[in-house]
Design a protein around this ligand. Structure first.
Ligand code: ZN
Ligand code: MN
Length: 478
């Protein structure tokens, strides 16, 4: 039996107004090379000035992941040549990062587990190469330096993850925290959150770590899960066949559904780190940290706990709601009106999420506002409509923008709660099905459901189910 040992390294693009070392705007989607200056283009004689908004963001994350914040940290140059890196080096943190030794507590299959975070480095992003025409011979590569110098946090996790599932949990919790803190939008497709993974395997019980592979380009949760699974199987196969693994960097090829070699240890970069002479050490004080601490929002795990206690909903439901801050807000706004936490949470987790998935939208774009969903839920609670009818009304609210009560009125969907009316229909159904009645009397109680179904059919689903049950029981007893 083998066990995988996984460590994640995550780059989070920070939501600051300007870049890390210059005053250029960080705005996404503008025409190429419209946000550049001598500093971020690395022109000779220009000097970097540290953006304190980015430092404040780094402190926020450090506090949220229980890391030790260092009052003194320094910057270093990481040297390598690449066309999208005009300076020829990246300014990052190396020997003295802003924070070390944090952890996240994840929950997998009902069990809680701590995963360490080794360090958080502040660094700048590189520009973007846009390859055009590949693989034709007349391929051209264009460079956009708008992204060059945008602040990143490099979050280096400890190799304490033992399955692809745990890796996905870790990344999604970290992403949620970044979004709660409003320091990164967490958009993996657009590259504002990027993930690389280290993976090695060893026989269970063995202490020594195996040869590790680094996997790049894991820009979705699905890719992370698949790439790790693929890599575990690939490494086991090699070891089982008696061959040796080599230390290498691979990337996830989403088209081929596999990891592909990028470079081996021999081709690995030597970054020749050295202290950045243009930047003094970053010195921060405890007052500032305390001030920032007071601005921290309620964090995901705190919100989950509060939902479980305050609303008495199951942990797993609270977790789904709270992993999306907007969804949690939507729930709380709705429940404030309905005062029915359990039903409200069920409606959001089943019906609302199903439509969001179908519409490929997130909750902030959902056309039904919390007060409108609350109205719908209250109509069921007041027994004006059945739950089944309510489920038919919701898509109509989505497509027409009409309120639930209006749709009910227009379509005459009000629930039948008149006992005499239901009794008459029930009597008719029983009279029309003598065979079923006979079976019921012989002890085939399953037939009861058949009668309920027939009554619902007669009333187009409008009969109150509790009353139908009650009346049928009375009639069949005779
Ligand atoms: Zn600039
Ligand atoms: Mn990095």
């Amino acid at each position: 039996m083998y066990e995988p040992i996984i460590g994640l390294e995550i780059h989070a693009q920070l939501l600051t107004h300007t870049k890390l070392f210059c005053g250029c705007l960080t705005r996404f989607g503008d025409p190429p090379n419209t946000h550049t200056c001598p500093v971020c283009l690395g022109l000779p004689g220009s000097l970097p000035v540290l953006n304190m908004e980015a430092v404040s963001h780094a402190i926020k994350l450090a506090l949220a992941v229980n890391a030790k914040i260092h009052l003194k940290s320094t910057f270093a140059r990481k040297n390598y040549f690449y066309p999208d890196l005009p300076k020829g080096y990246q300014i990052t943190q190396y020997k003295e990062p802003i924070a070390t030794d944090g952890y996240l507590e994840i929950e997998v299959d009902g069990k809680k587990k701590r995963i360490g975070i080794e360090r958080i480095n502040m660094e700048e992003d590189a520009g973007k190469s846009i390859h055009n025409g590949f693989p034709d011979s007349n391929q051209k590569t264009y460079l956009d330096f708008n992204r060059c110098g945008i602040p990143l946090l490099e979050i280096v996790g400890k190799p304490e993850i033992y399955s692809p599932k745990e890796a996905v949990e870790f990344l999604s919790l970290l992403r949620t925290i970044l979004q709660y803190l409003e320091i990164c939008d967490g958009n993996m497709e657009e590259g504002s959150l990027r993930c690389d993974a280290n993976l090695s395997i060893r026989r269970k019980g063995e202490k020594k770590l195996g040869v590790k592979t680094e996997i790049k380009n894991l820009n979705s949760f699905r890719f992370l899960q698949r790439a790790l699974q693929y890599e575990i199987e690939r490494q086991i196969e090699i070891l089982e066949s008696g061959k040796e693994l080599k230390q290498e960097t691979r990337y996830w090829d989403a088209n081929q559904n596999k990891t592909v070699p990028m470079r081996t240890k021999e081709e690995a970069h030597d970054y020749r780190y050295f202290p950045e002479p243009d930047l003094p050490p970053l010195i921060i004080n405890n007052n500032w940290i305390e001030k920032i601490k007071k601005t921290l929002p309620e964090l995901p795990h705190q919100k989950i706990e509060r939902f479980v206690n305050q609303y008495q909903i199951p942990y797993k439901d609270a977790k789904i709601l709270c992993f999306d801050r907007n969804l949690a807000d939507y729930f709380e706004k709705t429940v404030k009106i309905t005062k029915l936490p359990k039903i409200t949470s069920n409606w959001i987790l089943t019906e609302v999420l199903r439509y969001l998935k179908e519409l490929n939208k997130d909750i902030s774009q959902f056309p039904v506002k919390p007060e409108e969903l609350a109205d719908l839920i209250l109509l069921i609670e007041k027994k004006e409509i059945s739950g089944k009818i309510a489920k038919e009304i919701l898509p109509e609210m989505i497509s027409t923008g009409k309120k639930a009560s209006q749709i009910v009125k227009e379509k005459r969907l009000t629930q039948i709660t008149n006992e005499d009316e239901i009794r008459k229909i029930a009597q008719k159904v029983i009279a029309n099905n003598p065979k079923s009645l006979e079976q019921y009397k012989q002890g085939k109680t399953k037939v009861f459901g058949f009668f309920v179904g027939q009554i619902m059919k007669e009333t187009k689903g409008k009969a109150n189910p509790q009353l139908v049950n009650k009346i049928l029981q009375e009639l069949l007893k005779k």
